[in-house]
Design a protein around this ligand. Structure first.
Ligand code: NAP
Length: 476
Protein backbone atom coordinates (compact mmCIF):
# COMPACT_ATOMS: atom_id res chain seq x y z
CA UNK A 1 0.00 0.00 0.00
CA UNK A 2 2.72 2.48 -1.02
CA UNK A 3 0.60 4.81 -3.12
CA UNK A 4 -2.32 6.85 -1.86
CA UNK A 5 -5.59 5.10 -2.69
CA UNK A 6 -8.96 6.56 -3.56
CA UNK A 7 -11.56 4.29 -1.99
CA UNK A 8 -15.23 3.77 -2.86
CA UNK A 9 -18.41 2.98 -0.96
CA UNK A 10 -19.71 -0.58 -1.24
CA UNK A 11 -23.48 -0.49 -1.78
CA UNK A 12 -25.75 -3.09 -3.39
CA UNK A 13 -22.78 -5.19 -4.51
CA UNK A 14 -21.24 -2.25 -6.40
CA UNK A 15 -18.28 0.04 -5.73
CA UNK A 16 -19.53 3.62 -5.86
CA UNK A 17 -17.84 7.02 -5.92
CA UNK A 18 -18.99 9.38 -3.17
CA UNK A 19 -19.61 13.12 -3.38
CA UNK A 20 -17.18 13.92 -0.58
CA UNK A 21 -13.93 12.40 0.67
CA UNK A 22 -11.61 12.74 3.66
CA UNK A 23 -7.88 12.11 3.96
CA UNK A 24 -6.95 9.10 6.05
CA UNK A 25 -3.59 9.54 7.81
CA UNK A 26 -1.32 6.99 9.46
CA UNK A 27 -1.37 7.58 13.25
CA UNK A 28 2.36 6.77 13.38
CA UNK A 29 3.86 8.71 10.47
CA UNK A 30 1.11 11.25 9.81
CA UNK A 31 1.32 10.40 6.08
CA UNK A 32 -1.88 10.43 4.06
CA UNK A 33 -2.57 6.79 3.18
CA UNK A 34 -5.94 6.97 1.44
CA UNK A 35 -8.77 9.17 0.34
CA UNK A 36 -11.96 7.77 1.87
CA UNK A 37 -15.65 8.43 1.10
CA UNK A 38 -17.53 10.63 3.51
CA UNK A 39 -20.99 9.13 3.01
CA UNK A 40 -23.87 11.61 3.06
CA UNK A 41 -27.55 11.12 3.92
CA UNK A 42 -28.45 10.05 0.35
CA UNK A 43 -25.70 7.43 0.23
CA UNK A 44 -26.69 6.01 3.62
CA UNK A 45 -30.29 5.86 2.38
CA UNK A 46 -29.08 3.88 -0.68
CA UNK A 47 -27.24 1.49 1.63
CA UNK A 48 -30.37 0.97 3.73
CA UNK A 49 -32.54 0.35 0.67
CA UNK A 50 -29.98 -2.09 -0.68
CA UNK A 51 -29.77 -3.89 2.67
CA UNK A 52 -33.57 -4.21 2.68
CA UNK A 53 -33.50 -6.08 -0.63
CA UNK A 54 -30.30 -7.88 0.43
CA UNK A 55 -32.10 -9.27 3.46
CA UNK A 56 -34.70 -10.90 1.19
CA UNK A 57 -31.89 -12.56 -0.82
CA UNK A 58 -30.20 -13.78 2.37
CA UNK A 59 -33.46 -15.32 3.61
CA UNK A 60 -33.65 -17.41 0.43
CA UNK A 61 -30.24 -19.02 0.96
CA UNK A 62 -30.01 -22.44 2.60
CA UNK A 63 -27.89 -22.87 5.72
CA UNK A 64 -25.38 -24.76 3.62
CA UNK A 65 -25.12 -21.88 1.13
CA UNK A 66 -24.60 -19.36 3.97
CA UNK A 67 -22.05 -21.63 5.58
CA UNK A 68 -20.14 -22.04 2.30
CA UNK A 69 -19.94 -18.27 1.74
CA UNK A 70 -18.47 -17.80 5.23
CA UNK A 71 -16.06 -20.70 4.74
CA UNK A 72 -14.85 -19.18 1.45
CA UNK A 73 -14.45 -15.75 3.11
CA UNK A 74 -12.33 -17.35 5.82
CA UNK A 75 -10.12 -19.02 3.19
CA UNK A 76 -9.72 -15.81 1.16
CA UNK A 77 -8.74 -13.99 4.36
CA UNK A 78 -6.02 -16.60 4.81
CA UNK A 79 -4.76 -16.00 1.26
CA UNK A 80 -4.85 -12.21 1.63
CA UNK A 81 -3.63 -12.11 5.23
CA UNK A 82 -0.41 -10.14 4.64
CA UNK A 83 -2.39 -7.45 2.81
CA UNK A 84 -4.74 -7.27 5.80
CA UNK A 85 -1.80 -7.12 8.25
CA UNK A 86 -0.32 -4.17 6.36
CA UNK A 87 -3.63 -2.33 6.47
CA UNK A 88 -3.72 -2.73 10.26
CA UNK A 89 -0.19 -1.39 10.62
CA UNK A 90 -0.99 1.58 8.38
CA UNK A 91 -4.47 2.65 9.47
CA UNK A 92 -4.30 2.05 13.24
CA UNK A 93 -0.56 1.68 13.95
CA UNK A 94 -0.96 -1.93 15.05
CA UNK A 95 2.49 -3.56 15.28
CA UNK A 96 2.97 -6.49 12.87
CA UNK A 97 3.02 -9.11 15.65
CA UNK A 98 -0.35 -7.96 17.00
CA UNK A 99 -1.72 -7.45 13.49
CA UNK A 100 -0.88 -11.05 12.51
CA UNK A 101 -2.56 -12.30 15.69
CA UNK A 102 -5.70 -10.31 14.82
CA UNK A 103 -5.86 -11.71 11.29
CA UNK A 104 -5.38 -15.28 12.55
CA UNK A 105 -8.34 -14.70 14.87
CA UNK A 106 -10.41 -13.13 12.10
CA UNK A 107 -9.92 -16.24 9.93
CA UNK A 108 -11.05 -18.38 12.86
CA UNK A 109 -14.04 -16.15 13.64
CA UNK A 110 -15.39 -16.58 10.10
CA UNK A 111 -14.77 -20.34 10.36
CA UNK A 112 -16.80 -20.45 13.57
CA UNK A 113 -19.54 -18.50 11.82
CA UNK A 114 -19.50 -20.92 8.89
CA UNK A 115 -19.95 -23.83 11.31
CA UNK A 116 -22.63 -22.04 13.32
CA UNK A 117 -24.71 -21.40 10.18
CA UNK A 118 -25.42 -25.16 10.09
CA UNK A 119 -26.73 -25.49 13.62
CA UNK A 120 -29.32 -22.78 14.11
CA UNK A 121 -32.20 -24.71 15.55
CA UNK A 122 -35.22 -24.48 17.81
CA UNK A 123 -36.66 -26.96 20.31
CA UNK A 124 -39.86 -28.85 20.99
CA UNK A 125 -41.94 -27.66 23.94
CA UNK A 126 -43.74 -30.20 26.15
CA UNK A 127 -47.11 -28.42 25.90
CA UNK A 128 -48.95 -31.07 27.94
CA UNK A 129 -46.98 -30.00 31.01
CA UNK A 130 -49.72 -27.35 31.38
CA UNK A 131 -53.33 -28.42 32.12
CA UNK A 132 -54.64 -26.58 29.09
CA UNK A 133 -51.78 -27.77 26.85
CA UNK A 134 -53.12 -31.33 26.45
CA UNK A 135 -53.47 -32.32 22.80
CA UNK A 136 -51.05 -29.72 21.55
CA UNK A 137 -47.61 -29.98 19.98
CA UNK A 138 -45.24 -27.02 19.79
CA UNK A 139 -41.80 -26.10 18.61
CA UNK A 140 -39.69 -22.98 18.10
CA UNK A 141 -37.77 -21.80 15.06
CA UNK A 142 -35.18 -19.03 14.77
CA UNK A 143 -35.75 -16.53 11.96
CA UNK A 144 -33.38 -13.84 10.67
CA UNK A 145 -34.16 -10.30 11.83
CA UNK A 146 -33.64 -8.62 8.42
CA UNK A 147 -31.41 -5.55 8.28
CA UNK A 148 -28.74 -5.14 10.96
CA UNK A 149 -26.71 -1.96 11.47
CA UNK A 150 -23.18 -2.72 12.66
CA UNK A 151 -21.08 0.10 14.12
CA UNK A 152 -17.50 -0.80 14.96
CA UNK A 153 -14.46 0.72 16.72
CA UNK A 154 -10.87 1.27 15.56
CA UNK A 155 -9.00 -1.19 17.76
CA UNK A 156 -9.72 -4.60 16.15
CA UNK A 157 -11.08 -3.42 12.81
CA UNK A 158 -11.02 -6.84 11.15
CA UNK A 159 -11.97 -9.16 13.97
CA UNK A 160 -14.65 -6.99 15.58
CA UNK A 161 -16.24 -6.51 12.15
CA UNK A 162 -16.07 -10.33 11.82
CA UNK A 163 -17.99 -10.60 15.11
CA UNK A 164 -20.83 -8.63 13.49
CA UNK A 165 -20.80 -9.94 9.91
CA UNK A 166 -20.06 -13.59 10.72
CA UNK A 167 -23.12 -14.26 12.89
CA UNK A 168 -25.35 -11.87 10.92
CA UNK A 169 -24.73 -13.77 7.65
CA UNK A 170 -24.78 -17.17 9.40
CA UNK A 171 -28.31 -16.32 10.56
CA UNK A 172 -29.46 -14.99 7.16
CA UNK A 173 -29.46 -11.23 7.80
CA UNK A 174 -28.10 -8.34 5.75
CA UNK A 175 -25.84 -5.63 7.18
CA UNK A 176 -25.06 -1.96 6.82
CA UNK A 177 -21.58 -1.58 8.28
CA UNK A 178 -20.21 1.71 9.57
CA UNK A 179 -16.54 1.25 10.54
CA UNK A 180 -14.60 3.76 12.67
CA UNK A 181 -13.43 6.71 10.58
CA UNK A 182 -9.79 5.87 11.36
CA UNK A 183 -10.13 2.25 10.15
CA UNK A 184 -12.20 2.17 6.94
CA UNK A 185 -9.64 0.26 4.83
CA UNK A 186 -10.08 -2.96 6.80
CA UNK A 187 -13.87 -2.81 6.37
CA UNK A 188 -13.53 -2.16 2.63
CA UNK A 189 -11.11 -5.09 2.22
CA UNK A 190 -13.60 -7.24 4.13
CA UNK A 191 -16.29 -6.22 1.60
CA UNK A 192 -13.96 -7.17 -1.30
CA UNK A 193 -13.41 -10.55 0.30
CA UNK A 194 -17.14 -11.22 0.73
CA UNK A 195 -17.74 -10.14 -2.86
CA UNK A 196 -15.08 -12.67 -3.93
CA UNK A 197 -16.70 -15.27 -1.65
CA UNK A 198 -20.03 -14.91 -3.50
CA UNK A 199 -22.16 -13.02 -0.95
CA UNK A 200 -25.33 -11.76 -2.70
CA UNK A 201 -25.34 -8.06 -3.66
CA UNK A 202 -26.98 -5.93 -0.97
CA UNK A 203 -26.24 -8.37 1.84
CA UNK A 204 -23.27 -6.22 2.90
CA UNK A 205 -23.13 -2.46 2.51
CA UNK A 206 -20.20 -0.42 3.82
CA UNK A 207 -20.66 3.28 4.49
CA UNK A 208 -17.60 5.19 5.64
CA UNK A 209 -17.54 8.66 7.15
CA UNK A 210 -18.63 10.48 10.29
CA UNK A 211 -20.04 8.38 13.11
CA UNK A 212 -22.34 11.05 14.45
CA UNK A 213 -23.98 11.60 11.03
CA UNK A 214 -24.16 8.06 9.62
CA UNK A 215 -24.67 6.48 13.05
CA UNK A 216 -27.72 8.58 13.86
CA UNK A 217 -29.35 7.83 10.53
CA UNK A 218 -28.79 4.08 10.88
CA UNK A 219 -29.89 3.90 14.50
CA UNK A 220 -33.15 5.78 13.88
CA UNK A 221 -34.20 4.09 10.63
CA UNK A 222 -37.24 1.80 10.92
CA UNK A 223 -35.89 -0.70 8.36
CA UNK A 224 -33.04 -1.52 10.77
CA UNK A 225 -34.16 -4.27 13.14
CA UNK A 226 -31.04 -4.42 15.27
CA UNK A 227 -28.05 -2.24 16.09
CA UNK A 228 -24.91 -4.08 17.08
CA UNK A 229 -22.38 -1.64 18.47
CA UNK A 230 -18.86 -1.95 19.83
CA UNK A 231 -17.25 1.22 21.14
CA UNK A 232 -17.27 3.74 23.96
CA UNK A 233 -19.87 4.08 26.71
CA UNK A 234 -20.81 7.62 25.68
CA UNK A 235 -21.69 6.64 22.11
CA UNK A 236 -23.32 3.38 23.28
CA UNK A 237 -25.65 5.21 25.66
CA UNK A 238 -26.67 7.63 22.91
CA UNK A 239 -27.46 4.71 20.58
CA UNK A 240 -29.59 3.00 23.21
CA UNK A 241 -31.59 6.19 23.73
CA UNK A 242 -32.24 6.70 20.02
CA UNK A 243 -32.86 3.09 18.94
CA UNK A 244 -36.45 2.84 20.21
CA UNK A 245 -37.68 -0.76 20.25
CA UNK A 246 -34.92 -2.16 18.02
CA UNK A 247 -32.72 -4.86 19.45
CA UNK A 248 -29.45 -3.33 20.62
CA UNK A 249 -26.25 -5.03 21.74
CA UNK A 250 -23.57 -2.86 23.24
CA UNK A 251 -19.98 -4.02 23.71
CA UNK A 252 -18.43 -1.14 25.61
CA UNK A 253 -15.34 -0.21 27.57
CA UNK A 254 -13.68 -1.31 30.78
CA UNK A 255 -10.88 -0.67 33.27
CA UNK A 256 -10.13 -4.38 33.68
CA UNK A 257 -8.40 -5.71 36.75
CA UNK A 258 -6.40 -8.78 37.72
CA UNK A 259 -5.79 -10.07 41.25
CA UNK A 260 -2.43 -11.72 41.88
CA UNK A 261 -2.97 -13.79 44.99
CA UNK A 262 -0.43 -16.53 44.29
CA UNK A 263 0.99 -18.74 41.55
CA UNK A 264 3.43 -21.58 41.01
CA UNK A 265 5.37 -19.59 38.43
CA UNK A 266 5.37 -15.88 39.20
CA UNK A 267 7.63 -15.07 36.22
CA UNK A 268 4.97 -16.39 33.88
CA UNK A 269 2.33 -14.28 35.66
CA UNK A 270 4.45 -11.15 35.25
CA UNK A 271 5.04 -11.87 31.55
CA UNK A 272 1.33 -12.37 30.96
CA UNK A 273 0.38 -9.19 32.87
CA UNK A 274 2.90 -7.14 30.86
CA UNK A 275 1.48 -8.59 27.64
CA UNK A 276 -2.09 -7.80 28.77
CA UNK A 277 -1.23 -4.26 29.79
CA UNK A 278 0.71 -3.12 26.74
CA UNK A 279 -0.46 -5.05 23.66
CA UNK A 280 -1.57 -2.60 21.01
CA UNK A 281 -0.57 0.21 23.41
CA UNK A 282 -3.31 -0.80 25.84
CA UNK A 283 -6.01 0.05 23.30
CA UNK A 284 -7.88 -3.17 24.00
CA UNK A 285 -11.24 -3.21 25.81
CA UNK A 286 -9.98 -5.96 28.17
CA UNK A 287 -6.48 -4.55 28.56
CA UNK A 288 -4.98 -5.05 32.04
CA UNK A 289 -5.34 -1.63 33.63
CA UNK A 290 -5.41 -2.37 37.38
CA UNK A 291 -3.27 -5.02 39.09
CA UNK A 292 -3.98 -5.90 42.74
CA UNK A 293 -1.15 -7.90 44.30
CA UNK A 294 -1.18 -9.75 47.63
CA UNK A 295 1.04 -7.58 49.90
CA UNK A 296 3.60 -10.36 50.60
CA UNK A 297 4.26 -10.65 46.84
CA UNK A 298 3.98 -6.95 46.04
CA UNK A 299 7.60 -5.67 46.09
CA UNK A 300 9.00 -8.51 44.07
CA UNK A 301 6.08 -8.41 41.58
CA UNK A 302 6.51 -4.66 40.98
CA UNK A 303 10.28 -5.04 40.53
CA UNK A 304 9.89 -7.86 37.99
CA UNK A 305 7.06 -6.07 36.21
CA UNK A 306 9.16 -2.94 35.66
CA UNK A 307 12.19 -4.96 34.51
CA UNK A 308 10.04 -6.83 31.99
CA UNK A 309 8.38 -3.60 30.78
CA UNK A 310 11.82 -2.10 30.06
CA UNK A 311 12.37 -4.81 27.42
CA UNK A 312 9.46 -3.67 25.24
CA UNK A 313 10.44 -2.26 21.87
CA UNK A 314 8.76 1.02 20.94
CA UNK A 315 8.63 2.15 17.33
CA UNK A 316 7.32 1.85 13.79
CA UNK A 317 4.35 -0.55 13.56
CA UNK A 318 5.75 -1.81 10.24
CA UNK A 319 9.06 -2.96 11.85
CA UNK A 320 9.14 -6.64 12.77
CA UNK A 321 10.44 -6.20 16.34
CA UNK A 322 8.02 -3.48 17.50
CA UNK A 323 5.87 -4.23 20.55
CA UNK A 324 4.26 -0.87 20.98
CA UNK A 325 3.62 2.09 18.68
CA UNK A 326 1.55 5.29 18.39
CA UNK A 327 -1.81 5.87 20.02
CA UNK A 328 -4.69 6.18 17.57
CA UNK A 329 -4.40 9.99 17.52
CA UNK A 330 -2.70 12.97 19.19
CA UNK A 331 -5.85 13.80 21.16
CA UNK A 332 -5.65 10.45 22.96
CA UNK A 333 -1.99 11.09 23.84
CA UNK A 334 -2.98 14.57 25.13
CA UNK A 335 -5.62 12.99 27.38
CA UNK A 336 -3.12 10.57 28.88
CA UNK A 337 -0.61 13.34 29.56
CA UNK A 338 -3.33 15.13 31.54
CA UNK A 339 -3.97 11.92 33.49
CA UNK A 340 -0.24 11.63 34.34
CA UNK A 341 -0.39 15.18 35.69
CA UNK A 342 -3.48 14.42 37.74
CA UNK A 343 -1.83 11.26 39.16
CA UNK A 344 1.42 12.92 40.23
CA UNK A 345 -0.42 15.92 41.71
CA UNK A 346 -2.48 13.47 43.77
CA UNK A 347 0.72 11.85 45.12
CA UNK A 348 0.91 8.73 42.93
CA UNK A 349 4.35 7.57 41.72
CA UNK A 350 5.28 7.02 38.10
CA UNK A 351 7.73 4.12 38.60
CA UNK A 352 8.44 3.71 34.91
CA UNK A 353 7.43 5.47 31.69
CA UNK A 354 5.19 8.52 31.97
CA UNK A 355 6.71 9.91 28.76
CA UNK A 356 5.20 10.99 25.48
CA UNK A 357 6.87 11.30 22.07
CA UNK A 358 4.52 12.66 19.45
CA UNK A 359 1.55 10.21 19.48
CA UNK A 360 3.50 7.53 21.37
CA UNK A 361 2.89 7.06 25.09
CA UNK A 362 5.66 5.00 26.69
CA UNK A 363 4.56 1.94 28.66
CA UNK A 364 3.91 3.25 32.15
CA UNK A 365 3.74 1.74 35.64
CA UNK A 366 2.07 3.73 38.41
CA UNK A 367 1.84 2.91 42.11
CA UNK A 368 0.37 4.62 45.15
CA UNK A 369 -2.73 6.02 43.42
CA UNK A 370 -6.17 6.10 45.06
CA UNK A 371 -9.25 4.46 43.50
CA UNK A 372 -10.54 7.93 42.65
CA UNK A 373 -7.72 8.65 40.16
CA UNK A 374 -8.80 8.72 36.50
CA UNK A 375 -6.11 6.09 35.86
CA UNK A 376 -7.97 3.73 38.17
CA UNK A 377 -11.65 4.59 37.86
CA UNK A 378 -11.96 5.51 34.15
CA UNK A 379 -11.03 3.50 31.08
CA UNK A 380 -7.40 4.38 30.20
CA UNK A 381 -7.26 2.69 26.77
CA UNK A 382 -3.53 3.42 26.82
CA UNK A 383 -0.30 1.60 27.79
CA UNK A 384 -0.65 2.22 31.52
CA UNK A 385 -1.11 0.04 34.59
CA UNK A 386 -1.56 0.84 38.24
CA UNK A 387 -0.26 -1.73 40.74
CA UNK A 388 -1.75 -1.75 44.24
CA UNK A 389 -1.09 -4.06 47.24
CA UNK A 390 -3.94 -5.68 49.19
CA UNK A 391 -4.26 -7.63 52.45
CA UNK A 392 -7.28 -9.95 52.23
CA UNK A 393 -9.05 -11.41 49.20
CA UNK A 394 -12.22 -9.59 50.35
CA UNK A 395 -10.37 -6.32 49.97
CA UNK A 396 -9.07 -7.26 46.50
CA UNK A 397 -12.52 -8.27 45.24
CA UNK A 398 -13.95 -5.03 46.66
CA UNK A 399 -11.30 -3.04 44.76
CA UNK A 400 -12.02 -4.84 41.47
CA UNK A 401 -15.77 -4.30 41.89
CA UNK A 402 -15.30 -0.63 42.81
CA UNK A 403 -15.77 0.30 39.15
CA UNK A 404 -18.58 1.44 36.92
CA UNK A 405 -17.38 -1.17 34.41
CA UNK A 406 -17.58 -4.98 34.45
CA UNK A 407 -16.28 -6.67 31.31
CA UNK A 408 -13.78 -9.36 32.41
CA UNK A 409 -11.52 -9.90 35.43
CA UNK A 410 -8.68 -12.29 36.21
CA UNK A 411 -7.37 -13.90 39.37
CA UNK A 412 -4.16 -15.86 39.89
CA UNK A 413 -4.48 -18.17 42.87
CA UNK A 414 -3.31 -21.62 43.93
CA UNK A 415 -6.44 -22.07 46.09
CA UNK A 416 -9.54 -23.57 44.50
CA UNK A 417 -11.63 -22.13 47.36
CA UNK A 418 -10.43 -18.62 46.61
CA UNK A 419 -11.05 -19.19 42.90
CA UNK A 420 -14.68 -20.18 43.54
CA UNK A 421 -15.16 -17.36 46.03
CA UNK A 422 -13.88 -14.84 43.47
CA UNK A 423 -15.76 -16.21 40.47
CA UNK A 424 -19.07 -15.81 42.30
CA UNK A 425 -18.36 -12.35 43.69
CA UNK A 426 -16.59 -10.56 40.84
CA UNK A 427 -19.11 -8.31 39.05
CA UNK A 428 -18.07 -8.94 35.45
CA UNK A 429 -19.19 -10.81 32.33
CA UNK A 430 -16.22 -13.23 32.40
CA UNK A 431 -13.79 -14.44 35.08
CA UNK A 432 -10.40 -15.84 34.06
CA UNK A 433 -8.93 -18.07 36.74
CA UNK A 434 -5.12 -18.15 36.51
CA UNK A 435 -5.09 -15.76 33.58
CA UNK A 436 -5.41 -12.08 32.77
CA UNK A 437 -8.77 -10.49 31.84
CA UNK A 438 -7.37 -9.90 28.35
CA UNK A 439 -7.93 -13.56 27.40
CA UNK A 440 -10.47 -14.11 24.65
CA UNK A 441 -11.11 -16.74 22.01
CA UNK A 442 -13.79 -16.02 19.50
CA UNK A 443 -16.46 -18.62 20.19
CA UNK A 444 -16.71 -18.02 23.91
CA UNK A 445 -19.56 -15.85 25.25
CA UNK A 446 -18.18 -12.36 25.60
CA UNK A 447 -19.71 -9.18 26.96
CA UNK A 448 -20.07 -7.10 30.06
CA UNK A 449 -22.22 -5.97 32.95
CA UNK A 450 -22.65 -2.45 34.36
CA UNK A 451 -21.31 0.19 31.94
CA UNK A 452 -19.45 -2.43 29.92
CA UNK A 453 -22.59 -3.11 27.97
CA UNK A 454 -25.44 -5.43 27.30
CA UNK A 455 -25.75 -8.61 25.22
CA UNK A 456 -23.14 -11.23 24.39
CA UNK A 457 -20.90 -11.86 21.39
CA UNK A 458 -19.11 -15.11 20.48
CA UNK A 459 -20.66 -16.48 17.31
CA UNK A 460 -23.32 -18.79 18.77
CA UNK A 461 -24.40 -16.12 21.28
CA UNK A 462 -24.53 -13.39 18.64
CA UNK A 463 -26.64 -15.65 16.41
CA UNK A 464 -29.16 -15.87 19.26
CA UNK A 465 -29.21 -12.06 19.48
CA UNK A 466 -29.47 -11.74 15.70
CA UNK A 467 -32.48 -14.04 15.27
CA UNK A 468 -36.10 -13.83 16.39
CA UNK A 469 -37.53 -16.80 18.23
CA UNK A 470 -40.86 -17.86 16.74
CA UNK A 471 -43.24 -20.30 18.46
CA UNK A 472 -45.45 -22.67 16.46
CA UNK A 473 -48.21 -24.73 18.10
CA UNK A 474 -50.36 -27.48 16.56
CA UNK A 475 -53.77 -28.39 18.00
CA UNK A 476 -53.89 -32.11 17.36
P1 NAP B 1 -16.15 5.21 19.68
O1 NAP B 1 -15.54 6.55 19.61
O2 NAP B 1 -17.30 4.99 20.58
O3 NAP B 1 -16.51 4.81 18.18
C1 NAP B 1 -17.07 3.56 17.88
C2 NAP B 1 -17.90 3.68 16.61
O4 NAP B 1 -19.03 4.51 16.86
C3 NAP B 1 -17.15 4.33 15.45
O5 NAP B 1 -17.51 3.71 14.25
C4 NAP B 1 -17.68 5.75 15.49
O6 NAP B 1 -17.55 6.43 14.26
C5 NAP B 1 -19.13 5.50 15.84
N1 NAP B 1 -19.86 6.67 16.34
C6 NAP B 1 -19.37 7.83 16.80
N2 NAP B 1 -20.38 8.66 17.15
C7 NAP B 1 -21.54 8.00 16.89
C8 NAP B 1 -22.93 8.30 17.05
N3 NAP B 1 -23.34 9.46 17.56
N4 NAP B 1 -23.84 7.37 16.69
C9 NAP B 1 -23.44 6.17 16.20
N5 NAP B 1 -22.14 5.84 16.02
C10 NAP B 1 -21.21 6.74 16.37
O7 NAP B 1 -15.04 4.10 20.10
P2 NAP B 1 -13.56 3.92 19.56
O8 NAP B 1 -12.72 5.04 20.07
O9 NAP B 1 -13.56 3.63 18.11
O10 NAP B 1 -13.18 2.57 20.30
C11 NAP B 1 -12.75 2.52 21.62
C12 NAP B 1 -13.85 2.09 22.57
O11 NAP B 1 -14.39 0.84 22.15
C13 NAP B 1 -13.31 1.82 23.96
O12 NAP B 1 -14.18 2.36 24.90
C14 NAP B 1 -13.26 0.30 24.03
O13 NAP B 1 -13.30 -0.22 25.33
C15 NAP B 1 -14.46 -0.05 23.24
N6 NAP B 1 -14.36 -1.45 22.79
C16 NAP B 1 -15.16 -2.39 23.38
C17 NAP B 1 -15.05 -3.73 23.00
C18 NAP B 1 -15.92 -4.79 23.60
O14 NAP B 1 -16.05 -5.86 22.99
N7 NAP B 1 -16.52 -4.59 24.75
C19 NAP B 1 -14.13 -4.09 22.00
C20 NAP B 1 -13.34 -3.09 21.44
C21 NAP B 1 -13.48 -1.78 21.83
P3 NAP B 1 -16.36 7.50 14.04
O15 NAP B 1 -15.09 6.73 14.15
O16 NAP B 1 -16.63 7.98 12.66
O17 NAP B 1 -16.50 8.55 15.10
Amino acid sequence: MKKQLKKKLYIDGRWQEAKDYYELKSPFSGDVIASVPLADEREVEDALESAQSGSEKMKQLTSLERSDILERASRIFEERSEEAVEILAMECAKPLKAARAEIARTIETYKFASEEAKRINGETIPMDAAKSGKGRFAFTIREPLGVIAAITPFNFPFNLVAHKLGPAFAAGNSVVLKPANQTPLSALLTAEIFEQAGLPGGALNVVTGRGSVIGDQLVKDSRVKMVTFTGSVEVGLGIKEKAGLKKVTLELGSNSAVIVDGAEDMNAVVDRCVEGAYSFAGQVCISVQRIYVQEILYDSFVHQFVERTKQLVIGDPLSEGTDLSAMINQGEADRIEEWFKEATEAGAHILYGGKREDAIIHPTVITGGSSALSLNCKEAFAPIVTITPYGSLDEAIGLVNDSEYGLQAGIYTTSVHKAFDALHRLQVGGVMINDIPTFRVDHMPYGGVKNSGTGREGIKYSVEEMTELKLVTFKL
